[in-house]
Structures are given as structure tokens and as C-alpha cells.
Design a protein around this ligand. Structure first.
Ligand SMILES: NC(=O)c1ccc[n+]([C@@H]2O[C@H](COP(=O)([O-])OP(=O)(O)OC[C@H]3O[C@@H](n4cnc5c(N)ncnc54)[C@H](O)[C@@H]3O)[C@@H](O)[C@H]2O)c1
Length: 252
């Protein structure tokens, strides 16, 4: 009998081929879960599933495609435990001023970061209800709590996901389905490295209370807690993992 605080449940993680999603897949498998690693990046996703062994499987899932969601959820191996965890982690980011942003790209950002998670939530409600409950973790951002210069589309998508988290928590609690939001700050992943480019000085993070960026593993730790029964009375919550970025502001 597999031990671990996520044993006996299947977790679907979106955008899990790299970055935070990858760290969550690794951690969830180590905690005993069966994990559906999903992403649009097939090669690294498949390689990760192969490395993690028989309790991990890769499924190509573009979060904006409803039929991909249906195929992934209906295709869960009948020998696997019930689907009881969804981590809506997939996301895209680009930095652009409002004047330079196009309506089409603004809508595309919402489609991936917000509508994608909505499609996922809608798709897992029935299997989770059948399983007697579940946990949905929505990966938002500190830009779900604050605005961001040249981040109009991104922060709008993440504030929307935060609102969806709270509405879903209200609606799904009676089925034993908990829904919580994670708000990462600067996390060292390909996304952050793309955003920073070559232009970030060594002391960039000195303004943060913890004076450094976070690791994907530190986010995965929180995701695991929200996914497992240790957080059984938590729903509709906001959980920052940001080195203190949103604790306050002002000169030192
Ligand atoms: N890294 C940070 O500093 C940071 C901060 C706050 C929030 N976040 C959020 O954390 C989440 C994970 O980001 P990350 O830092 O690991 O970035 P990342 O770019 O390394 O990973 C994102 C993953 O999402 C996948 N993805 C993109 N579009 C997709 C789609 N349509 N369907 C399925 N998968 C898709 C990508 O292929 C990629 O594997 C994102 O939602 C991001 O917005 C990141």
C-alpha cells in the first residue's frame, strides 16, 4: 500500500512540463499521488513522466481546448485512483504597455490564464463529486493582489482567476471540493528568466524581505499542502509565496 499524504488520489497538473508545474509533479509523485502531467510541450512532458515512473503519465492538454480537457479527464486509467486534485498552473506572461497591447493579445492572455482554468474546473467537478470531494489549486500571482506596470493583460487575467477561485469555492464546497489560490512572487523558472532577460542586476531582489527569488520547489510545497487533507478546512483562500513582497512597502 502506497504511503504519503497524496496516496490514493490522482492529480492533474497543467503546464507541468517545466517550471513550477514540473516541481509540483515531482513532489506529488513523491507524496504518493498518481499524476497526469499535462502541457503543450510534449517532449519535456513525456520525458518527465517517463522519469517519474508508473504513477506518472503525460497527456497533451492545451488548456484553451475544451476537447483536450474532456479527453484527459475521461481518459484517466480506470486502474488509477479517482481524480481528486487539479492544479491550474499553466500560464503565459508577457510585459507590454497598455498602449502597445492589442485587443487580440489581451484576449489571448485571458483565454489561456483564465478561461483555461475555468474549463478545467468545470471538467473536474463531476469526477470529484463522484469521488466524494477534491482540491483545486489555482496558480494566480502577486499580480492578483496588486497591479503591475506593463502587466495590464497579465494582472487582469490573474485577478480574474482569483475571483473565479472564490466563486468556485462558494459553489463547490457542498460537494467537498475545496478551491484555493496560490500567489507566487518572483519564482526562478523559465518564465521569470524570459521576463528578466539580461537586464536584472545582482541586487534586484534586495528590496524583498527575504532578499531573493523563490524556487519552484517552494511553490510546490504549498501546492502539496493545499492538495492534501492537511488543509481540509481551507477553501476560498489566498496564499502568498512571495518572500514577503506583498507584506507592505516603504523605505527600509
Ligand atoms: N515564475 C514566476 O515568477 C511566476 C510568478 C507568479 C505567477 N506565476 C505563475 O505560475 C504558473 C507557472 O509558471 P512558471 O513560472 O512555472 O512558468 P513556465 O513558463 O516555466 O511554465 C508554464 C507552463 O505552462 C505551459 N503552457 C503555456 N500555455 C499553455 C496552454 N495553452 N496549455 C497548456 N499549457 C500551457 C507552458 O508550456 C509551460 O510549460 C503560471 O500560471 C504563472 O503565470 C509565475
Amino acid at each position: 500500500m502506497m504511503q504519503g499524504r497524496l496516496a490514493g488520489r490522482t492529480a492533474l497538473i497543467t503546464g507541468a512540463a517545466q517550471g513550477q508545474g514540473e516541481a509540483e509533479a515531482r513532489r506529488f509523485v513523491a507524496a504518493g499521488a498518481h499524476v497526469l502531467i499535462t502541457d503543450v510541450l510534449e517532449k519535456p512532458g513525456r520525458a518527465l513522466a517517463e522519469e517519474l515512473g508508473e504513477r506518472a503519465r503525460f497527456v497533451r492538454l492545451d488548456v484553451t481546448e475544451e476537447r483536450d480537457w474532456t479527453a484527459a479527464v475521461e481518459g484517466v486509467d480506470p486502474d488509477w485512483p479517482p481524480l481528486r486534485v487539479l492544479v491550474n498552473n499553466a500560464g503565459v506572461h508577457w510585459k507590454r504597455s497598455l498602449e502597445r497591447e492589442s485587443a487580440a493579445d489581451f484576449a489571448r492572455m485571458l483565454q489561456i490564464n483564465l478561461v483555461g482554468a475555468f474549463l478545467g474546473i468545470r471538467c473536474v467537478v463531476e469526477p470529484m463529486r463522484r469521488a466524494g470531494g477534491g482540491s483545486i489549486v489555482n496558480v494566480c500571482s502577486v499580480l492578483s493582489l496588486l497591479g503591475g506596470r506593463e502587466n495590464g493583460a497579465y494582472s487582469t487575467s490573474k485577478w480574474g482567476l482569483r475571483g473565479l477561485t472564490k466563486s468556485a469555492a462558494l459553489e463547490l464546497g457542498e460537494h467537498g471540493i475545496r478551491v484555493n489560490a496560490i500567489h507566487p512572487g518572483y519564482i526562478d523558472t523559465p518564465m521569470l528568466r524570459d521576463a528578466a532577460g539580461a537586464g536584472r542586476s545582482d541586487d534586484f531582489y534586495d528590496y524583498l524581505p527575504l532578499r531573493r527569488s523563490g524556487t519552484p520547489q517552494e511553490v510546490a510545497e504549498l501546492a502539496e499542502f493545499l492538495a492534501c487533507d492537511g488543509s481540509s478546512y481551507l477553501t476560498g483562500g489566498d496564499f502568498t509565496v512571495d518572500g514577503g513582497m506583498t507584506a507592505g512597502s516603504g523605505p527600509r
